[in-house]
Design a protein around this ligand. Structure first.
Ligand code: OXD
Ligand code: MN
Length: 593
């Protein structure tokens, strides 16, 4: 087949990999609908995917992964840098030579009898100065079809790249889906990712976590930009002005829901709108005017299906009605559609569960969909996708928001004192575990900037990079940094804040702070709202000034305990800890005395 480029660095690299894995055939993916349609047909014939009801779910397909291959495998994910310290205490490390030897020995000859698909793709709008190119080699049509939704797969990527060798190399080999030989290895010094023995999204859609976070965070450090695990949303006020917020949350905190939030009635009536630019990843860089600009490097949503419903996220439901791939959800045989726990109260009676077994929703005592079952949907399907989604310059960021799930500790919202203190607030992010994850409930897990599994280098150096970026910004133009906690509980263990669309009320205060429109009170941990400044019009039966005051209360003894936990966490990083963060911790302890 015709090669789509004459770029030597690409052709040489592919030739080397062909020699290694020995495919029967090589197919270049040009991103055309005809080619993708032919691949869908082929995958339907082989049973890799199944076509769903064309009337109800046009262009949609369902796929099941192997039962041992349903999530990212952090314990088998490696950062392979020459110096172990570069990967830091929070990453698994291997020396590059050892990493290559290991994955190459597994990948060797593994494409025999198979086809190699060459996928040229762009993370970010093609031609944007913030975008980056990648090539993924894969032996899975499922990966090709998902990449074509999640990234911009197009021959144009190669035309724009020309002869440059600034592109990320990705090799994916399904091999035998052997858990014991599953490795996701990153070689940041060579812009390379190699993934073997998996067919599950986060391990094999190499543009997403592997490139757009792990490799990109490393690139960003060297090129003065930032790759962050953040949603991007725009809030339009009744005057038609839109302010953009980037927000980072650990898993199980409703990030995709927040990214597509529907304003409460009172806000809607006044003319407020919320626009989604991205639900998972933001690439952020200083623009010519000195402000920080963000793009969403992705082109689709790879969202968790269970729990997605008309109340939690109506816009996500609308996004998955066409041209979507569902993975590990229930296949409803009654009308050839899909279902998952938490969609509605009507589980199908005649269905196939995520493991491929017959399943009857009323009688089965096992869940039908895997808790980490997913939809892969084009971002442009989303009813509230921002007009700026394809803007080559990105959107200017007014605020950065960090969050976590804390029953008693963190107030509903607080603002950091300045940029460096904001970096501290991000670095101490933590979440209490829920029943959704294996292990004990309520255990505090530190997840700085929600980047713990995604930072491609030493986390202490990453914090220093944040501080260094701050130094390049005029304080008037730097985004203000906040922390939110939607999950504060009362004495009876009940959530005090209604959450979902009502979270806009908190974002509203945040934007007011950014605009200098509202006063705040200075406390031990930062600036807090006065209870009366959070707009509760329309939810007075759920929230009142008294309960708001409780949600904004700071329990100094709990915070003193927290400071100990932070100190312990920081101690893992030794002398690499940025002095600005040590200082913020010292100040916090002083304030709490
Ligand atoms: C994701 C994750 O899949 O953060 O987005 O795990
Ligand atoms: Mn994520």
């Amino acid at each position: 087949m015709e090669k789509l480029t004459s770029n030597k660095s690409i052709l040489n690299w592919i030739e080397e990999k062909v020699d290694l894995v020995k495919p029967d055939e090589i197919v270049w993916i040009d991103g055309s609908q005809e080619q993708l349609e032919a691949l869908r047909e082929q995958a339907c014939k082989s049973g890799e995917i199944k076509k769903l009801n064309e009337e109800k779910l046009p262009g949609c397909y369902i796929h099941r992964t192997a039962v041992n291959d349903v999530a990212r495998v952090e314990h088998r994910t490696f950062i392979c840098t020459s110096d172990k310290e570069q990967a830091g205490p929070t990453n698994n490390w291997m020396a590059p030579e050892e990493g290559y030897d290991l994955v190459y020995s597994i990948a060797k000859d593994s494409y025999k009898g198979r086809t190699m698909y060459v996928i040229p793709y762009s993370m970010g709008p093609i031609g944007s100065p913030l975008a980056k190119a990648g090539i993924e080699l894969t032996d899975s049509i499922y990966v090709v079809l998902n990449m074509a939704i999640m990234t911009r797969v197009d021959k144009k990527v190669l035309d724009v790249l020309g002869d440059s060798d600034d592109w990320v190399r990705g090799l994916h080999c399904r091999c035998d889906i052997d858990e014991e030989k599953r490795y996701i290895c990153h070689f940041p010094e060579d812009n390379t990712i190699i993934s073997v023995n998996s067919g599950y999204g986060g391990n094999v859609l190499l543009g997403k976590k592997c490139f757009a976070l792990r490799i990109a965070s490393y690139q960003g450090k060297n090129e003065e930009w930032m790759a962050e695990h953040m949603l991007i949303l725009g809030i339009e006020n009744p005057r038609g002005e839109v302010k953009y917020i980037c927000a980072a949350f650990p898993s199980a905190c409703g990030k995709t829901n927040l990214a597509m939030l529907i304003p409460p009635e009172t806000y809607k009536k006044k003319g407020y709108k919320v626009w989604c630019v991205g639900d998972d990843i933001a690439w952020i860089r200083k623009g010519e005017d000195g402000r920080l600009y963000a793009i969403n490097p992705e082109y689709g949503f790879f969202g968790v299906a269970p729990g997605t419903n008309e109340k939690s996220n109506p816009n996500a439901l609308k996004s998955v009605r066409k041209n979507t791939i569902f993975t590990n959800v229930v296949h409803n045989l009654e009308d050839n559609t899909v279902w998952w726990e938490g969609l509605d109260k009507n589980p199908p009676q005649n269905a196939i569960d995520w493991k491929g077994n017959k399943w009857n929703g009323k009688e089965s005592d096992v869940t039908g969909a895997h808790p980490n079952s997913r939809f892969t949907a084009p971002a442009t399907n989303c009813p509230c996708i921002s007009d700026e989604f394809e803007n080559l310059k990105g959107v200017p960021i007014s605020a950065i928001v960090f969050g976590g799930r804390r029953a008693k500790l963190a107030p509903l919202v607080y603002q950091s004192k300045d940029w460096d203190h904001g970096v501290f607030v991000g670095s101490i992010m933590a979440s209490e575990t829920t029943a959704a994850a294996a292990g004990a409930v309520g255990v505090v897990r530190r997840d700085p900037m929600a980047m713990l599994p995604f930072c491609g280098y030493n986390m202490a150096d990453y914090w220093q990079h944040w501080i260094d970026i701050g130094k390049t910004l005029d304080p008037d133009k730097a985004p203000k940094i906040f922390n939110v906690n939607w999950f504060r509980k009362d004495e009876d263990g009940k959530f005090m804040w209604p959450g979902f669309g009502d979270n806009l009320r908190v974002l509203d205060w945040i934007i007011d702070r950014c605009e200098g429109n509202v006063e705040a009170q200075e406390t031990e941990i930062g600036f807090l709202p006065k209870a009366q400044d959070i707009n509760i019009e329309g939810i007075e039966d759920e929230v009142n000034i008294g309960s708001l005051e409780k949600m904004l209360n700071i329990d100094a003894s709990l915070w003193r305990e927290e400071a100990k936990g932070i100190e312990e966490f920081y101690s893992k990083f030794g002398d690499r800890m940025p002095s600005a963060l040590n200082k913020s911790l010292k100040d916090l302890k002083e304030n709490l005395k």
